[in-house]
Design a protein around this ligand. Sequence first.
Ligand code: GTP
Ligand code: MG
Length: 170
Amino acid sequence: GHNNLNAKLVLLGDMGAGKSSLVLRFVKGQFLEFQESTIGAAFFSQTLAVNDATVKFEIWDTAGQERYHSLAPMYYRGAAAAIIVYDITTPDSFTRAKKWVQELQKQGNPNMVMALAGNKADLEDKRQVTADEARVYAEENGLFFMETSAKTAANVNDIFYEIAKRLPRA
Ligand code: GTP
Ligand code: MG
């Protein structure tokens, strides 16, 4: 029906930040302590009911290793939404996340819904990026921000749900 929407969504972020783990949690409700590093990219789909509508996410889980950087435009081109993921225990991954945001601002779809995910929020004792720092950055750059944990599932469904709510309706 007219309340059904397909939305291409891409995950970007440094290797090891937890992109695949977030997707595995969202799509299958699972978590692997030894998740393998993604080669190229992986595709998943998952449907969410939001109010009176159904959003079918077509999810591209990209590879964070630097050697795959040049492939990224194939996955974010035409995407309705992006989740930029960093690891709250690794400042370099936050720096890398900001670079992805810049690239999307320059080359991405201007109406793209962008979410910043500070992942591994369960590792509070190893935290090196404060939530305040990330929240300020997100506000200044028009993203919405959540800290997530693929391990505990905290905020994982929520971030996809918030994206679904923000997608422009036809
Ligand atoms: P690439 O595919 O190389 O780009 O990495 P990725 O961003 O997909 O990271 P991946 O999901 O493979 O996770 C890397 C490691 O972090 C794995 O060992 C996961 O088990 C672990 N991990 C992912 N998310 C979390 C989390 O929320 N908490 C904790 N404690 N570990 C996590
Ligand atoms: Mg991966």
